[in-house]
Design a protein around this ligand. Sequence first.
Ligand code: UDP
Ligand code: MG
Length: 320
Amino acid sequence: MKDHPVLSVVIPVYNEEQNLEELITRVLKICKSTGKSFEVVFVDDGSRDKSSDIITKAVHDNPNHIVAVLLNRNYGQHVAIMAAMAESAGEFVITLDADLQNPPEEIPRVLEKLQEGADVVGTIRTPRHDPIFRKVFSYLTNKMVQKATGVMMHDYGCMLRGYRREIVSAMLRCHERSTFLPILANSFARHATEIEVKHAARTAGDSKYSVWKLINLQFDLLTSMTNGPLRLLSIVGGIISATGVGFGLFLFLMRIIHGPEWAVGGVFTLFAILFIFIGAQFVGLGLLGEYIGRIYLDVRARPRYLVRQVIGRTKEETKK
Ligand code: UDP
Ligand code: MG
C-alpha cells in the first residue's frame, strides 16, 4: 500500500470466528466493486478464539487490501476502533461490526454520502433486528443524547458509520480514556448526515455486550457528552435545600399556631422526607464519582491500548 487509499474500512473483532470468513469475502467483494482504492483494517480486540489467526491469514492472502491490528487484550469496541483508525490511511473511513449485522453491501452508500461532502455519516437501522430490551435501551439512550446535544442523529448505537479523514485525525487527538465515538465525531463535524441502512439479526455467536458492559457504555456516553448532570446536581441540590427550608418554616409556623402536639404527629413525615433527601444526595454523589473516576483515569494518562502486532504494513508505513 504505497499511496493512501480512498477508503479504509475499519472492523473491530472480538470472538467472531464464525462470522469472519463470510465477512471477509463480502467486504472484499463490495469494496472491489466500488472501483476505488481501499484497505480493510481489522482490529482484533483480544479475542480468545481463532479470530486473530483468521485475520492474520486474510492479510497474507490479500496483502494489498487487508491490515490486521492485534491488541494484546480486550479493550472494548470503541477503543478497538480507535486503534484501527490510528492505523488506517484512507481519505474516508467507514466502520462496521464484524458480526454481519451491518450488511457490508451498504458500504458504497455511506461512501457516496462522504464523497458528496458529509464529514460524518450516521446510519439508522431499519428495521432493527435485536432483542427487545436492547431496542428499548437504545431508544432511551438516543432520546437522552438528542436532548443533551440537540437533535442531530436518530441512531447513535449503529456502528456502521462513515468519517472523513480530518474528523478521524481530530478524534485520534482526543486522549480521554472513555469514549463514545459517534458523539465524539459529531462534536467535530460540520456536515453530519444520516441514511437508512438494512440490519440483520446475529446468526452466529452471541452479542459481546453483557448488561454490565452496556451500563459501562452508558456512563461513558453520558460523561463524554456533557457536564450537564453535574450542573443538574447543583440545581436539584438547590431545589431540595429550598424545599427543606420552606418545610422547616412551615413546621415552625404550624407549631406556633397549633401547639407542639401537631408537630409530633408529623414525625413520620419527617422521616420520609429525610429519606428522600438522603437518596438525592447519594444519586448526586454517585454522579460526581463518575466524573471524578474519569478524571482520575485521565490524570494517570495510561496508554489507552497496547498493540501486540500490526500485520500487513511495512515498518516505514507503520512509523508515523
Ligand atoms: N466488539 C469488540 N470488542 C468488545 C465487544 C465487541 O471489538 O469488547 C466488536 C464485536 O466483535 C462486533 C462489534 O464490536 O464486531 C459489535 O459487537 P456486538 O455485535 O456484540 O454488539 P451488539 O450488536 O450486540 O450491539
Ligand atoms: Mg451485533
